[in-house]
Ligand binder design. Structure first.
Ligand code: DAK
Length: 261
């Protein structure tokens, strides 16, 4: 690896914040950023102290303004396949991450940056956030899952509209169409993301992991098989201390104390 790190990880009160910090290029995704993102998520996955992850971009202007256009401009077909594999690998790791991942979007989330936010389980935007898939204007199509994940979230009509026009959607519209869960002033994004994640990770970690597994498995599977899978996960949960603790705590009218097993 050459130069300074472009991704940093901070852990505080059981939440890991992963920050992409390449501000002079609006946090655009180059191979170094993708490699560091991958190792950041790997390290957080194996850290038992971490219950949830906030992914964000440094600076006031951008979450991530896309894949690095300079890198894309130089790729030949073989390099395009490499770039594609690397990016898809990172985004798939995030989507399948066993702990909740929230994108805190403070500014532009364009192209690969929008796709990165889409790969996260939850999204919170600041008022200056802008989402868009401008790839067709560059003679490209979204290559990190945007043509798949956007339609799942906002429906086919809006996804096709955003993909074909390449136009940006502001934070208010993003909330109305279900692209983000909420919008807060830029100065409150970090605190808002932590508060949101706090409302998630107070729950049983095993239940959260299995809920994510079930929901994401279901969107790719026909209903009968998805229901079988959900039932199997439910059976596994019945063997956990957390499930017993959650049910007992309710009956005893106290807060549960989940241990993650
Ligand atoms: N890549 C590289 N540099 C970028 C960049 C990007 N995506 N976005 C911004 N920058 C750089 C600018 O070039 C500028 O650098 P300097 O000229 O100062 O060196 C710096 O960041 C500040 O940007 P601006 O001066 O342009 O700032 P403005 O406020 O005027 O404009 C903007 C902000 C976000 C509207 C504008 O920067 C912009 O339009 N940026 C490009 C947005 C974009 O088109 N994003 C989509 C990129 S395409 C694939 C997988 C994935 C993809 C493709 C293939 N395969 C699997 C093969 C994904 C493709 C994309 O994401």
């Amino acid at each position: 690896m050459t130069g300074d790190a472009l991704v940093r990880v901070e852990i505080d009160d059981r939440i890991a914040t992963i920050t992409i910090d390449r501000q002079k290029k609006l946090n655009a995704l180059n191979p170094q950023v993708l490699e560091e993102l991958d190792s950041a998520f790997r390290s957080v996955e194996s850290n038992e102290d971490v219950l949830g992850v906030i992914l964000t971009g440094a600076g006031e202007k951008a979450f991530v303004a896309g894949a690095d256009i300079g890198v894309l401009a130089e790729m030949d077909p073989a390099r395009a396949v490499e770039i594609s594999r690397q990016g898809q690998g990172v985004l798939n790791r995030i989507e399948r991450f066993p702990k909740p991942v929230l994108a805190a979007v403070g500014g532009y989330a364009l192209g690969g940056g929008c796709e990165l936010a889409l790969a996260c389980h939850l999204r919170l935007a600041s008022e200056n956030a802008r989402f868009g898939l401008p790839e067709v204007g560059l003679g490209l199509i979204p290559g990190y899952g945007g043509t798949v994940r956007l339609a799942r979230l906002v429906g086919l009509g809006l996804a096709v509209q955003m993909t074909l026009t390449g136009e940006m959607v502001d934070a208010g519209k993003a909330e109305r169409i279900g692209l983000v869960s909420g919008v807060v002033p830029r100065a409150e994004l970090e605190a808002g993301a932590r508060e949101f994640m706090g409302r998630v990770i107070k729950h049983g970690p095993v239940a959260l992991r299995m809920a994510l597994q079930s929901v994401y498995h279901a969107v790719e599977t026909e209903s009968a098989r998805a229901l079988d899978h959900e039932a199997a996960l439910f059976g596994l949960l019945a063997a956990t201390d957390d499930m017993r603790e959650g049910l007992t705590a309710f009956l005893e009218k106290r807060a549960p104390d989940f241990q993650g097993r």
